[in-house]
Design a protein around this ligand. Structure first.
Ligand code: NAG
Ligand code: NAG
Ligand code: NAG
Ligand code: NAG
Length: 434
């Protein structure tokens, strides 16, 4: 369709399995879990009163970036930590890593005119809303901070990234629940294809670890219960004992770049972003249609727009959040979309949410990074806790149980599905693959 091709030249990550691509990817491949007890990690916040007390928590140990932990002082100027909500702090941290990786930090004025930002969040700063409402109730309007509005807006991460680096291209923020990250990356690809920009920083961030959020997701019976004493077992996509998702926090950022632009400056190319497909269910706000038609449509659109042989897609990073119904429907949709093209032996499907939990709006961003790295390193990351595959329910693919698998991955596909019935899929391929 478009002559302008888009490649990935930088990656940045803030996740429950670590800060920095090096740490996070090693932990993913070594099957380490980032799921912890909220009560132990954040005592006296009120988590002990809730039924689900486990989450994917960004590590904060001493040692900072060098040891894979998050320390805001390493990423933000003094004062900025107070001015920026936590989701925006994560966003800036991941964006800085990605821009450093792409060697695009010191871009010239002219280059910065052609660089944009597409960075979303599913929820924004719920924390500020809760805090400041409490202050308003107890102390009146004068207690509400002047930073309340700027800290709370969902597009502030995108705004702050462009302020910090002086990027004058398109500045956009998607908020489509758990499809936010995938839409940010896919829309950024379109901006480059359409000529609005040559380089885009794309991704998403989420910081939802608050009692209010957990109480809300509990009310719709979405969260895993019964794992408070063994957090690392809680997220178990495709397993017979899966019982709901585990909430998580973090951010993922990719530097996307027009192919010839990247080649001219000798940038390292991880993979090509080849396909993007979107669909809406037109069905129900939280339940997918039982045949997975919307999810299948998103995958088929992505594969068609990628203009590659679907048999090249030998790895799928599934959305699979570990809910009984959602995993089942996605599995059917994957089989319907890819089954006719590729043998079961050649296809690997895994859910890295088994290690990270579900980062809501940021999930699609960190999972896109894992899908890129799978292609770059020819490794399918594992699904943790997959002890008893739910074969009776039609789970008969290779879900990469327990341990990573080295295999040729010429192309990968990643799915993201969100409440409201919004689905998106991205396809990444080796950049020399025609
Ligand atoms: C981010 O934006 C806020 C205003 O919302 C500003 O005070 C702060 O200095 C900005 N920080 C960065 C790193 O751009
Ligand atoms: C898109 O996926 C999510 C979760 O499975 C769901 O909310 C939405 O309705 C989806 N559609 C399909 C068809 O899976
Ligand atoms: C990957 O691509 C190479 C080069 O085009 C091809 O020889 C190989 O068969 C492909 N492998 C798979 C598993 O698709
Ligand atoms: C003064 C005020 O109300 N602002 C607070 C809003 O909430 C955040 C916490 O999430 C505080 O840091 C602000 O100071």
């Amino acid at each position: 369709m478009s002559a302008r091709r888009v490649v990935v030249t930088g990656l940045g990550i803030v996740s429950p399995v670590g800060i920095g691509v090096k740490h996070a990817w090693r932990n993913i491949i070594e099957a380490k879990s980032g799921i912890q007890s909220l009560v132990k990690a954040m005592p006296n916040v009120g988590f002990e009163k809730l039924s689900s007390q486990v989450a994917g928590i960004v590590p904060r140990a001493a040692g900072g970036y060098a040891s894979g932990a998050f320390d805001p002082k390493e990423w933000l100027a003094p004062g900025d930590a107070a001015r920026l909500a936590l989701f925006a702090q994560y966003a800036l941290c991941s964006a800085h890593q990605a821009l450093t990786d792409a060697e695009w930090i010191d871009a010239s004025d002219e280059q910065r005119e052609r660089t944009g930002v597409c960075f979303g969040t599913g929820i924004g700063s719920l924390e500020d809303i809760v805090e400041n409402h409490t202050r308003l109730q107890s102390g009146g309007a004068r207690k509400v901070s002047p930073m309340f509005v700027p800290r709370t807006l969902c597009n502030m991460a995108a705004g702050n990234i462009s302020i910090r680096y002086g990027f004058y291209g398109p500045n956009h923020a998607v908020s489509t629940a758990c499809t936010t990250g995938a839409h940010s990356i896919g829309d950024a690809m379109r901006f480059i294809q359409f000529g609005d920009a040559d380089v885009m920083v794309a991704g998403a961030a989420e910081a939802p670890l608050l009692p209010l959020a957990i109480a809300g997701f509990s009310k719709i019976k979405a969260l895993a219960l019964g794992f408070n004493d063994r957090p690392s077992a809680a997220s178990r996509p495709f397993d017979k004992g899966r019982a709901g998702f585990v909430i998580g926090e973090g951010a993922g950022a990719l530097v996307l770049e027009e192919l010839s632009h990247a080649q001219r400056r000798g940038a390292h190319i991880y993979a090509e972003l080849r396909g993007y497909g979107l669909s809406g269910d037109g069905h129900h706000i939280t339940a997918p249609p039982p045949d997975g038609a919307g999810a299948r449509r998103a995958m088929l659109h992505a594969i068609r727009s990628a203009q590659i042989d679907p048999s090249a897609i030998s790895y799928v990073n599934a959305h699979a959040t570990s809910t009984p119904l959602g995993d089942n429907i996605e599995n059917q949709a994957i089989k319907a979309a890819l089954g006719p093209h590729i043998s079961r032996r050649q296809l690997a499907v895994s859910s890295t949410k088994s290690a990270t939990g579900h980062l809501l709006g940021a999930a699609g961003a960190i999972e896109a990074i894992f899908a890129v790295l799978a292609v770059a390193h020819d490794v399918a990351p594992p699904t943790l806790n997959l002890d008893v595959v739910d074969t009776e329910a039609g789970f008969d693919l290779n879900y990469v149980p327990h341990a990573a698998q080295e295999r040729t991955i010429n192309a990968s596909l990643t799915n993201s599905f969100g409440f409201g019935g919004t689905n998106a899929s991205l396809v990444f391929a080796k950049h020399n693959s025609g």
